[in-house]
Design a protein around this ligand. Structure first.
Ligand code: CA
Length: 417
């Protein structure tokens, strides 16, 4: 439940993603600090290591002086939730424990614009799902058959594949356009070169917060205990490479050259007030995939394209609530065979498209495979992503004027190496 009375003594603008209701976790560095765990409030970063050293939060400070949050997350939800609640208390209007300690405040608070945010977790394994019905229908319509757009298994299990963790980068990076084999329709033989169909995939991802043993399965009822939180996710894809290589084993080099995540992990607890009803699933799913309660999430998601030196152009507005399969079902399915989960593992939602063409979560769908180019404010057209374009995903939940957001997921495409 959102407590509307809750206010911070730190200034938080009404359109800030980082209200007192959020209190996400990340890792930052600056000239003085190599890597400390932190939270965000308004436009500030709050150094958790310094708070622990000062005795204002109860946790071994060494866990917070770290490249990644994995050790912190491994403390378990009881502990990390208590720390988050303590942070909310320290930052709430009326509390003076931190506020009245000017020397400590000077060490603890930094401007977000003056620090670098690092990759928040070491991702051991990355899995990507394909769980938006509008996206799967659009892609199936384009590349197969409009009458049988969804494969026969699609409504019976959350389809997924194992991705690659090594190329997951934190927001703010740039990468070179991938090269690879493609087979143009008019060519008998494959050709090699830079991808001509570099695409975005508007996704979110959840981070595993509790490990399991090999052989153990997670029920939909218990799944939330294993989900630490969520990030925004751009799962870059090279459509021309993908089209030629994907048969019969699925995505490979078209998907593993770069994936971008936002730096703040918004906890499941912060997202709870924004739960909403899940998709009506027909036909009925097998018992191990059934769940009770409201398990979808109302997260507004926007994508912007910014050409070099140009303005941002909003190219898509979607919402996480369009997901057909919930995170709880994805996790239950992923572990039903006994596959073990480790803290820091990341699960991508799959591209999140809504029913309206303005809600499509990839260029492939927005331009309908390049047949309906997007015209930008500067008059140039895009079928896919050009060199030196910057893509920005923003996402937030809002209810009763209270906001919990993810910040930004930004990456720039450089010309092929
Ligand atoms: Ca994907």
């Amino acid at each position: 439940m959102l407590n509307k009375q809750l206010k911070s003594w730190v200034e938080v603008k009404t359109d800030s993603d980082f209200s007192i209701h959020n209190i996400p976790f990340g890792i930052y560095s600056d000239a003085k600090t190599k890597h400390h765990a932190c939270t965000a409030i308004g436009d500030k970063v709050v150094d958790l290591y310094e708070l622990a050293i000062a005795g204002l939060i109860e946790v071994n400070a060494q866990v917070l002086e770290n490249d990644y949050l994995n050790d912190f997350i491994s403390l378990g939800k009881t502990k990390t939730t208590a720390i988050r609640e303590r942070l909310i208390q320290l930052l709430t209007e009326g509390n003076t424990e931190l506020k009245n300690n000017a020397a400590l405040c000077a060490k603890v608070f930094k401007k977000q614009s003056e620090v670098s945010m690092l990759l928040p977790v070491k991702v051991g394994d990355y899995t990507d799902f394909y769980s938006s019905i509008d996206h799967a229908t659009n892609i199936g319509t384009m590349i197969r058959d409009p009458k049988n757009a969804l494969m026969p298994n699609w409504k019976h299990l959350p389809v997924g594949y194992h991705g690659r963790a090594s190329s997951i980068c934190v927001s703010g990076h740039s990468f070179h356009r991938p090269k690879g084999q493609q087979k143009p329709p008019d060519s008998e033989m494959p050709v090699f070169g830079p991808s001509k169909a570099l695409d975005i995939e508007l996704e979110t991802a959840f981070i595993i917060g509790k490990s399991t043993q090999l052989g153990e399965s997670i029920s939909t009822d218990k799944a939330d205990d294993y989900i630490f939180g969520k990030v925004l996710f751009n799962d870059w894809s090279a459509r021309d490479i993908q089209t030629w290589e994907y048969v019969p084993l699925g995505p490979f080099l078209a998907k593993n050259f770069a994936s971008t995540i936002s730096p703040w992990i918004v906890t499941l607890e912060a997202l709870e007030p924004f739960r909403t009803k899940g998709y009506e699933q027909e036909p009925k799913v097998l018992p191990y995939l059934q769940y009770s309660g409201e398990k979808n999430l109302d997260i507004k998601l926007d994508v912007f394209l910014k050409p070099e030196g140009g303005e941002e152009n909003k190219i898509c507005s979607s919402n996480y609530k369009y997901m057909y399969w919930t995170m709880e079902q994805q996790l239950a399915h992923h572990s039903v065979n006994g596959c073990n989960m480790n803290v820091g593992d990341m699960m991508g939602s799959g591209t999140i498209s809504g029913p309206d063409p303005s809600e499509y979560g990839s260029m492939m769908e927005l331009t309908w495979r390049g047949t309906k180019p997007i015209t930008l404010k500067d008059g140039t057209e895009r079928k896919f992503v050009n060199d030196n374009d910057t893509l920005i995903i923003r996402g937030y939940c809002e209810k009763d004027g209270l906001r919990v957001g993810f910040g930004e997921c930004v990456a720039k495409v450089l010309p092929a190496n």
